[in-house]
Design a protein around this ligand. Structure first.
Ligand code: PLP
Ligand code: TYF
Length: 392
């Protein structure tokens, strides 16, 4: 029977979706779950995606099984785009996964199977990281190196702690657009991380879920390239759900990088076996859409233009927030230096509840805000609410 089970809490981020929907106040602002929104508050299907879907509808001849690796054309074309020639083809072995989350879970299971026990993570991190690793039997070890009050990453402290890791331990790195801090290490930081990873014999797992939302599509995988080019073994968990706006289609991929083709093939065969035991094979549609876009120069051009608009909107909103200066304890000026969809503000649970109850402003319980949830007019209203909070 199931009578030994305890009731589990709902996902705190996904719960905000329902609470926001139920709120009848017209002036409500949703800064909760991390999806892109345009100036009208919509999360539209990209034009390149619609065009690729039309092509698939016309031309797809079969929906027969593909196998645990999924759409290998998708996997290979994406790897060429993401890694370029930083990691030679014979050093990388990939497969399609159900989203970036599926990629992280499979990576965690491979680590567990290989006898890895711990993964080092800069804190705070995405709320789903710890549950995914714990479910696979990997213990997350958090390094408290981000300061929310100062909007700052203490990289020296992160490196110092990492230097104390046991050789063979894994380390998780956000490839770009850190969730929830929006603060990345920068090229020199990535070089310093790579130096410690290689010297200590650690196994890097890069989580790249926002490529193209930070500085640019190529720029955003620079750190990943530096690290995976230098480390003998590594893992890259990739999500296409933000940069192609495919969210519910669950598009992702996982690559293992190895020093040579033979060791790579062994690790890859283990990933295929784990995938078979989990989901047999990944859902096709979203990955087929990405493949069709990447195979076609014109569709790729349209997609890159749309992605540029996403990135520029985020950067513009960051600048607009920063121009509001400091409001009480909240220093908004740092937000202009951040990248991607998120920032985390130094607000207490009481203050976050107050913003929701008094001003219909919804943010994550951690103080995280989804920058894309703003529009220029709502930034002004949000700052008025922060000033009222400061007086309250
Ligand atoms: N990694 C990070 C840091 C994320 O924020 C997300 C969230 O969406 C994911 C991975 C996984 O995304 P998905 O499973 O939707 O591809
Ligand atoms: O952090 C976020 O908001 C996004 C979306 O279980 C998300 O990454 C949130 C929670 C979750 C899955 C995706």
């Amino acid at each position: 029977s199931f009578d030994t089970l305890a009731l589990q809490p709902a996902d705190p981020l996904l719960k905000i979706i329902g609470a926001f929907r139920r709120d009848t106040r017209t002036e409500k602002i949703d800064l909760g779950v991390g999806v892109f929104r345009d100036e009208d508050g919509n999360t539209p299907v990209m034009r390149a995606v619609k065009l690729a879907e039309e092509k698939l509808l016309r031309e797809q001849q079969s929906k027969s099984y593909l196998g645990p690796e999924g759409d290998i054309g998708f996997v290979e074309r994406l790897a060429d785009k993401v890694l370029g020639n930083a990691v030679p083809v014979e050093r990388r072995h990939g497969l399609q996964t159900p989203g970036g989350t599926g990629a992280l879970r499979l990576a965690a299971e491979l680590l567990a199977k290989a006898g890895v026990r711990r993964i080092w993570v800069a804190a705070p991190s995405w709320a789903n990281h710890a549950p995914v690793f714990l479910a696979a039997g990997i213990e997350p070890r958090f390094i408290e190196c981000f300061s929310i009050a100062a909007q700052h990453l203490d990289l020296a402290y992160f490196l110092e702690e990492l230097d104390g890791a046991t050789p063979g331990d894994a380390v998780l790195l956000h490839g770009c657009c850190h969730n929830p801090m929006g603060i990345d290490p920068g090229p020199l930081g990535w070089q310093a991380i790579t130096e410690v990873v290689v010297r200590r014999g650690l196994l890097p797992l890069v989580d790249l879920a926002y490529q193209g939302l930070g500085e640019g599509f190529c720029e955003d995988s620079l750190g990943t390239r530096i690290l995976l080019a230098a480390a003998p073994f590594g893992l890259l968990a990739y999500s296409c759900n933000k940069n192609f706006g495919l969210y519910r289609e669950r598009v992702g991929a996982l690559w293992v990088t190895a020093p040579d083709a033979e060791q790579g093939a062994i690790a890859h065969s283990n990933l295929l076996a784990l995938a078979r035991a989990n989901w047999s094979m990944p859902p096709d549609h979203g990955a087929a859409v990405v493949r069709v876009i990447l195979e076609d120069a014109e569709l790729t051009r349209i997609w890159r233009e749309e992605l540029d608009i996403v990135r520029e909107r985020l950067a513009g909103l960051r600048r607009a927030l920063a121009s509001e200066g400091r409001i009480g304890k909240v220093d908004l000026t740092q937000i202009a230096r951040g990248k991607g969809m998120f920032a985390t503000l130094p607000l207490s649970r009481t203050q976050i509840d107050w913003l929701r109850d008094e001003h219909a402003i919804y943010l994550a319980g951690s103080g995280r805000i989804n920058i894309a949830g703003f529009t220029l007019p709502t930034i002004a209203r949000f700052c008025d609410a922060l000033r009222a909070l400061d007086r309250a």
